[in-house]
Design a protein around this ligand. Structure first.
Ligand code: ARG
Length: 281
């Protein structure tokens, strides 16, 4: 990374103060709402539990970031994917998600209650405007980078820019397998990102290339959810089996921890989907 980017990269790295996770006590595959989910190929719950624990252990013990927990509601099998709770903003604020699918809308009141109990100001979008939180939006170096079309509507991007006064880079997702921004776009600190170009339309690719220093991810590793990694400063928890991205990151001084994620990939998620970035107060 260039030295001129150092101060901003340090600032954004230090802003993630903790993570929100949800242990998979009621995790299951009971419907199909994305291209990865097949009722004929359900997750092994015991293995899912072990994989979640390994991720939790990697984050808390090896990377050393505090993890807060929310209890999984029994009627919300996808609530483990806390990235979709909303988008936390500086000053203990959150824009709560409005899920596209009724199957996940049941999660909204639980996340709403949790954030209110922690003293957050909760911002609610109009009810007809879908938004799936950090699954589709990242705060990156003074910008909001946001995906739309699959799970988030463009009206949510307008709402975010009006609420925050920040520029929003709106990126169109064009492939059903990369239906959330966090499945194909990985902010790495400052203006460095890894991304899978084929998940975006040509205009979004151009916008990404104009605003960021980029590391392209191969189709093989994109399919293994390489982009769905958790980045804390220079430490990365990455789904297992992505040696090329791992190599590029290690070359740039990152420490990479691999975590097997097979049972969550069956539901269309991996490391980053299981985590919500909570910011400094
Ligand atoms: N089964 C979940 C869904 O389709 C997976 C969510 C993955 N989350 C994410 N941030 N990409 O909604």
């Amino acid at each position: 990374m260039q030295t001129t980017m150092q101060p901003t990269s340090e600032r954004s790295a230090s802003r993630v103060a903790a993570l929100l996770m949800c242990a998979p006590s009621a995790y299951d595959l009971l419907y199909e709402i994305n291209a990865w989910m097949h009722l004929s190929d359900k997750p092994d719950k015991q293995l899912a539990w072990r994989q979640w624990e390994q991720l939790y252990h990697t984050l808390t013990e090896q990377i050393g970031i505090p993890v807060r927990l929310i209890e999984q509601a029994s009627e919300a099998p996808d609530m483990v994917f806390t990235a979709n709770a909303g988008l936390p903003l500086p000053g203990k604020q959150i824009v709560l998600s409005r899920f596209r699918h009724p199957e996940r809308q049941v999660e909204e009141p639980y996340f709403d209650q949790w954030f209110r109990e922690q003293g957050y100001t909760v911002h609610l979008l109009p009810s007809d405007c879908a938004f799936e939180g950090e699954g589709d939006a990242f705060l990156v170096d003074g910008l909001i980078v946001a995906g739309y079309r699959k799970r988030t509507d463009i009206c949510a991007h307008r709402y975010l820019s009006q609420l925050t006064g920040l520029e929003v880079l709106s990126l169109e997702l064009v492939d059903d397998r990369w239906y959330h921004l966090d499945t194909c776009f990985l902010p790495l600190g400052g203006r460095l990102v890894a991304y899978y170009p084929e998940a975006f339309d040509w205009y979004a690719r151009r916008v990404i290339e104009q605003h960021f220093e980029t590391i392209p991810v191969s189709p093989e590793e994109a399919l293994k959810f390489a982009c769905n990694s958790v980045v804390i400063g220079k430490q990365v928890a990455m789904p297992a089996g992505c040696p090329i991205l791992r190599f590029y990151l290690e070359e740039r001084g990152y420490t990479v921890y691999e975590v097997p994620m097979s049972e969550f990939i069956k539901s269309g998620g991996a490391c980053k989907c299981l985590v919500l970035y909570l910011l400094d107060e």
